[in-house]
Design a protein around this ligand. Sequence first.
Ligand code: LAN
Length: 702
Amino acid sequence: MSGGRHTWHYLKTDEECEDWPQTALDKFWLGLPTGLPELPRANNAWEAAENGYKFYKNLQAHDGHWPGEYGGPMFLLPGFVIGSYISGMGFKDVERMEMIRYLMNRAHPEDGGWGIHVEGHSTVFGTALNYTSLRLLGVSADHPVCTRARGTLHKLGGACAIPAWGKFWLSLLNVYDWEGNHPVPPELWFLPEWLPIHPHRWWIHTRNVYIPMSYLYGVRFQAPENDLILALREELYPQNFYSINWPAQRNNIAPEDLYSPHTALFELLEAILGTYELCAFPPLRRAAVERAYDLVVMEDENTGYQTIGPVSKMFNLVARVHREGLESEAAKRHEDKRADFMWLGADGMMITGTNGSQVWDTSFITQALVETGLATQEENKESLTKALAWFEQAQMLENPPHYERAFRHRTKGAWGFSTREQGYTVTDCTGEAAKAVLYMQSLEFTSQVISEERLCWAVDTMLSLQNANGGFSDYEPVRAPHWIEKINPAEVFGDIMTGYYYPECTTSVITCLAIFRKHIPDYRSKDVERTIKSAIGYLHSAQRPEGAWLGSWGICFTYATMFALESLSLVGETYHSSASARKACDYLVSKQREDGGWGESYKSCELAQWVEHKDTQVVQTCWAALALMYAQYPHVGPLEKAVQLVMRRQLPDGSWAQEAIEGVFNKNCAIAYPNFKFSFPIWMLGRAHSYLYRSRADEHTM
Ligand code: LAN
């Protein structure tokens, strides 16, 4: 589809199937045999990288990008199902069946519940919401999957103990009382903008979820009662629904769910807001609801009705239908855009974390191709040229239609994480994509499809994103002090109230700017220099005493440390010249396993300390090995062992099997990056081949 849009189409007749035959790409993501051939056995790292790309090239879409299954979180599908149900929107039968299949396949083998993400333990959040989804999708309460899940839910305390966002969804569905929620007043929009707690200063996702929530809370949206809703009131609670003391449930959160407990400050604030709620002044409430609605509309129009992510998407959809009706243009556009998040995988249909990870995945594989030299092989030139064309159309060339009024940051020249239409600048996606473009455009056979001027806009955007301490956040400069984390109402996530400085986002900018200035040295050279310098300063300060960097978006220390050592190397800091690089390498090497690989659990991100995974992971092994190469680690032993492990795990068709989940967000929720198992092994093996060759040659001449 154009622009990198992914939608799923179920073909029924033979003619339809003949007109639109399944490609290896479709088959791969559906978990069907791809039919791709076995390749001659690789004798060395280079041949293994070649084989890897021979396979992976088949997963490139016709327009040049690499699609991927962006699943993992288990709290997104319920928003789609509940939100659609209460808005009167249906699903096609095949979608309904596939979603049921997904939920059934993902029920925890031990207790039949669901967690916050696919690898997590069962929680009330996951179990109550996914149970409700199965019921709304048409599964009977007596189905064994439902009976088992209900048993687990009751054991965990029942739906009374669901975290705040769950309480909210269930209240919209009218199976939980609004009195059991802490207030979400829209009046906060009328606070002076300079106040640290003004919602425009909150982390961009929290803000965009709060906007429609404050509207829906303000109007106390509630689906009309029907038989199914009455039945759910019985099923979700171990006690009698009508006897529940609702205000007492506001702070009732199951221990299995709790990641960020309420603070005393939060409770004080909620006590004040609770009192305000008793005497809210109706004209002020009406004006505040209008203000929130205005922000909902602007967000829809800025993003082609997908909004910044799938949670706000469905809250916005409900708000628009509530206000404008199911027949309105807004409702139709929202209904249509649900498809961008509905991904069919081997286990059924899931809802993805964004409308894809197109820019991100395409950036890594294209950089890998150029750095390894695979890009210049005759048979790969076409694939690379197509990827470059895709980047061209994915770059944002203007600021958002609703800009400052919607509290947006600039987008001109930026790339986002998925598609241009999604419309959000992401710091490190701009860095990685611009770096990929600079790389690709420096090859002999490509042309300058993205002009110098447009690359300079990307640099302007990156420079505009830096914080005073030199670090970079994800979407915009940090707008609120960190103490506002104390009013985090979402018990299941950590660090969500304001932007933070992230090593990964910072390093992508450093790396990109360092490469940019080699190509276009005269553009804002002083600003570029100053930005790199202060970003490196931040990076040093963010290094943990044991030597690694803590990852916020990938798991975990291996991920962030790879990015950090790459950017340090570009300013001349390597093992020999920098104590910081040396410490990082020594730390990584100390974590290498007997089998030559590395393996970290997603728990590393939750606990902010290294937690071994039970199995060695190919992707993390590649991150660690790339990190050692960037830092020019002088001993080849660890690298050789890593290469052998990754080669041993390569399958006969050149691919690698899926292992543990790769990514994370908000400390506590894992998210999948299944394309990493191709881009990073290809990258690592390709680089390692020449690195080892050079190192051995050096040893000989010494
Ligand atoms: C993402 C995905 C990409 C990710 C990287 C680019 C990898 C990162 O380096 C910067 C942050 C970013 C853009 C990011 C932020 C948070 C997202 C959007 C996600 C992890 C994907 C899903 C998640 C979003 C918040 C999920 C919806 C849940 C809520 C709590 C609102």
